[in-house]
Write a protein that binds this ligand. Structure first.
Ligand code: GLP
Length: 260
């Protein structure tokens, strides 16, 4: 696991955007796995800037989002489709037909989930999966005790997640308690994983995924078993890491070695 600690949220987000941007410019048909939430907003802004400055194009890029609330129409301001349109898709040259979100518009959730998995396979899998981390360790909406081999399916949200995300919903607005999410097994199939942890409120979660035991009770800890993970954090989100100085040193070594 490569741990990159940067002085600010902006620097961490720019770092993440540089990795994604470089990949897109080098690979003809890149497949990106995307996340929603506050952690990814600055990264998407940086990607939009790269597009505007003609550094990158998304014309041949395909995206698969991690998750979506059950029962929210794409036009609902809190739907993840709405988030993606607002924060990225509407500002770049991506073909909307190449943007996939695990939505379900009838009652056949099982088929929708299976179709999502098939679609992923048909596109050759995800090249880079972007992730945030929930304070309870969830990745996507894989809540604590999710099967570490799980595939795309419907999950019941924990009270902790519902409360954390309630800030996005208006008073008295119905907040979904179920979501469709890529499974942990689905996420682990990505060729590379790029996790963003920003802010002091993520410091314990970041320490758990990097230094804690691998456990379904803290789903993000499974990333320790992936061969190609970069965790990008700002110094506040890194503040509970026991080996903080070691990660700073190893990244310096990494930069020195790869820049030769
Ligand atoms: C949400 C999403 C995740 C996201 C995480 C962190 O509930 N389902 O995909 O990464 O929780 O969100 P935030 O970045 O807002 O802290």
């Amino acid at each position: 696991m490569r741990v990159v600690i940067l002085p600010s949220e902006l620097k961490a987000s720019n770092f993440a955007a540089n990795i994604i941007g470089k990949f897109i410019s080098e690979k003809e048909k890149a497949v990106l796995g995307l996340a929603t939430g506050s952690s990814t907003i600055l990264t998407y802004k940086a990607l939009i800037k790269k597009y505007e400055q003609r550094e990158i194009s998304f014309k041949t890029v395909t995206t698969f989002n991690l998750d979506e609330y059950m029962g929210l129409h794409p036009d609902h301001p809190q739907s993840y489709r709405h988030y993606m349109n607002n924060n990225l898709f509407n500002h770049i040259d991506i073909n909307n037909k190449n943007t996939f979100i695990p939505e379900c518009f009838d009652d056949d959730y099982v088929t929708s989930c299976e179709n999502y998995e098939s679609m992923l396979k048909r596109h050759g899998g995800i090249d880079i999966q972007v992730l945030g981390i929930g304070t309870n360790g969830h990745i996507g909406f894989n809540e604590p005790t999710s099967s570490l081999n799980s595939r795309t399916r419907v999950k019941t949200l924990t009270q902790n997640t519902i409360e954390n995300n309630s800030r996005f919903f208006k008073d008295k607005e119905t907040q979904p308690t179920l979501a469709i999410t890529m499974g942990i097994g689905t996420i682990m199939d990505a060729k590379q994983i790029l996790l963003l942890g920003l802010g002091k409120h993520k410091s314990q979660a970041v320490a758990e995924i990097i230094e804690g035991p691998v456990s379904s009770f803290f789903p993000g800890s499974i990333l320790q078993l992936h061969k190609n993970v970069i965790v990008v954090v700002d110094k506040h989100a890194a503040s509970d890491l026991k080996l903080y100085d070691y990660y700073i040193h190893t990244e310096k070594m990494h930069q020195a070695y790869t820049c030769k």
